[in-house]
Design a protein around this ligand. Sequence first.
Ligand code: KIV
Length: 259
Amino acid sequence: MNIKSFLEKKKSGEPLTMLTAYDYTQTVWCCAAGIDAILVGDSLGNVIQGKGTTLSVTLDEMIYHTEIVTRIAKQKCDAKSRPLVVADMTFPFGHTGIEDGVAQAARVIKVTGCDAVKVETTWEDAPLISALVKAGIPVMAHIGLRPQQILNLGKFSIQKAEKALLKDADAVADAGAFSVVLECVDADLAEKITRQVPIPTIGIGSGAGCDGQILVVTDLLGMDPDFVPKHARQYATLAQTAIDAIKGYVSDVKMRKFP
Ligand code: KIV
């Protein structure tokens, strides 16, 4: 998968599949399952570091995980169907100046070899997106609910501001983003945005009318026994499987049945 073939999926109407991954094992699983694109999300602040928000995640931490995922995707995925690897830019990306933003994103691309960066954004960041694209850095925009704005938002909720979100979507597409994530956008509005913009929309908690879907891998696999976001669907319950397996091991060692 490359940027061109990603864009072509919108024309062909074939839904795009995207999942987060942060390490060797998850990347191997994504390759084996034929995922179109992997996001090394700053959600690693929540699901890897257990921090509750994404705000503390550093660029160096993103680079550490993205380098692993990109290298393993290149080694383990079939060359023809290798997923696109996209790295999240960290809070407060874009608010330290355009030059600094381009330098940060260029560092991520240079060090990790990933294919693109994702930027939480609004129409106001169009000049930053244009500068990144001009520098040769493909950009996936992320509008709607923006977890990096949690301190301003207070809580996460469905985004319904039609005029503002249509403006954001048009602006990021005009600025050259090759795709846009719609997070927790009202489903009818997400469908309207999808019809309006020429680039693929990737939904999370935004209904079935988007060009593709993304989930956080730990949600899809049921890896957190205490938390499942409302929008997620668990396709496995790995937490219970793992806890049962570890209990079996503990019991066997205590009973001198292992080794
Ligand atoms: O960081 C992340 O995993 C994300 C997805 C939820 C879209 O931004």
